[in-house]
Design a protein around this ligand. Structure first.
Ligand code: ASP
Length: 274
C-alpha cells in the first residue's frame, strides 16, 4: 500500500496530473499478487482471470474495461478507452482486441496460488458437496477478501481522478461484470471530487455508491461524504469500502467490510493504515 501511495505521490510531486498519479498507484497494486487485480486476480468458475478496471477524471473523462483477460495492467487499457475511443466501457473479446491493437502485450495474470485455490474449489464442486454455483460461492464467502484496488488523487491544480481495478469475485460466472467498471458504482469523478469503491459488486451497483459520495462533496469534505455513504450501504445490507478525495484536497476512507487497507501520501510523507 505504501509503495502504491508513494508511486502516486511521486507523480504529483513532479507536477504530474491526478490522472497520472492514480494510474501509477493502481499499476503498482496490479503488479502485487497479494491484491485481487492484475497479477493475482481471482479466477472465475472456468478458471480464468476476467478483470474489470476503470478510470475517471473531474473533467468528465471516463474509460473502463470489463471481463478483460490476459493483460498486465487493465487500468491502462481503461485509460486508453477513455482517451482513444468514443466509448466509456469495452467488454470481453472486444476489449481484448482493442488492447492488442493498442499494443498491450499478452500477459498471464494467473498466479500458482490462485490456480491451486481454484482447483480445490473445483474439487468441492465435483465431489457434489457444492452442487451448484451459489452454494460454492457461499462457501467461499468467508474467505472473500474484496481485495480490489483503487486510488484517488487531487493534484496541485485542484484536478481530481480515481481509478479502480479488480478480478471481481472468486468463482463468479464467466461474463459477470461487477461495480468497478460502471460509472458511478465502483468508480466516479466530477469537478467536486473522485471516489473508488470495493465490496460486494452487485450491492454497490444497485446503490451507485461512488456517485452518491462525490455528489455529497458539494457540501461535505471527502471523509464526511464517504463515511455517510458507507453508513447508507450498511443500512442497505451492502458490504462496501470507499476511498475518495474532494477538490479542496480533503481525503476520505471508510468501510464496513472486515478490513480495508489504505495508504495516503502528501508532502508530509506516506502513512498506511492496515
Ligand atoms: N467490488 C468487486 C466486485 O464485486 C470485488 C472487490 O471489491 O474485491 O467485482
Amino acid at each position: 500500500m505504501e509503495a502504491a501511495a508513494r508511486a502516486g505521490w511521486q507523480v504529483l510531486a513532479a507536477g504530474g496530473s491526478a490522472l497520472e498519479a492514480v494510474l501509477a498507484a493502481v499499476r503498482t497494486l496490479e503488479d502485487d499478487p497479494h491484491f485481487n487485480a492484475g497479477t493475482g486476480a481471482v479466477l472465475n468458475l472456468a478458471g480464468e482471470a476476467e478483470m474489470d478496471a476503470a478510470v475517471a477524471t473531474g473533467e468528465g473523462g471516463f474509460g473502463a474495461v470489463a471481463a478483460l483477460t490476459r493483460v498486465r495492467h487493465p487500468v491502462d487499457v481503461a485509460r486508453a478507452v477513455m482517451e482513444e475511443t468514443d466509448h466509456l466501457l469495452l467488454a470481453g473479446l472486444g476489449a481484448l482486441e482493442f488492447a492488442r491493437a493498442r499494443g498491450f502485450a499478452p500477459y498471464n495474470p494467473v498466479t500458482v496460488e490462485r490456480l491451486e485455490r481454484w482447483r480445490r474449489d473445483r474439487e468441492l464442486l465435483e465431489s457434489g458437496r457444492s452442487p451448484f454455483w451459489p452454494r460454492l460461492a457461499a462457501q467461499a464467502a468467508h474467505e472473500r477478501r474484496y481485495s480490489t484496488v483503487g486510488a484517488a488523487a487531487v493534484d496541485g491544480r485542484g484536478r481530481v481522478a480515481a481509478a479502480t481495478s479488480t478480478g471481481g469475485i472468486s468463482l463468479k460466472l464467466p461474463g459477470r461484470v461487477g461495480d468497478t467498471p460502471v460509472m458511478g458504482a465502483g468508480t466516479f469523478a466530477s469537478p467536486l471530487g473522485a471516489a473508488s469503491a470495493t465490496g460486494h459488486g452487485e450491492g454497490i451497483l444497485r446503490l451507485g455508491l461512488t456517485r452518491l459520495a462525490v455528489e455529497r462533496m458539494e457540501r461535505e469534505d471527502a471523509m464526511t461524504a464517504v463515511r455517510a455513504v458507507v453508513e447508507l450501504a450498511g443500512r442497505s445490507g451492502v458490504e462496501a469500502g470507499l476511498i475518495g478525495v474532494d477538490a479542496r484536497g480533503g481525503l476520505g476512507f471508510a468501510f464496513n467490510t472486515p478490513h480495508m487497507a489504505c495508504a495516503r501520501a502528501d508532502e508530509r510523507g506516506v502513512e498506511a493504515s492496515v
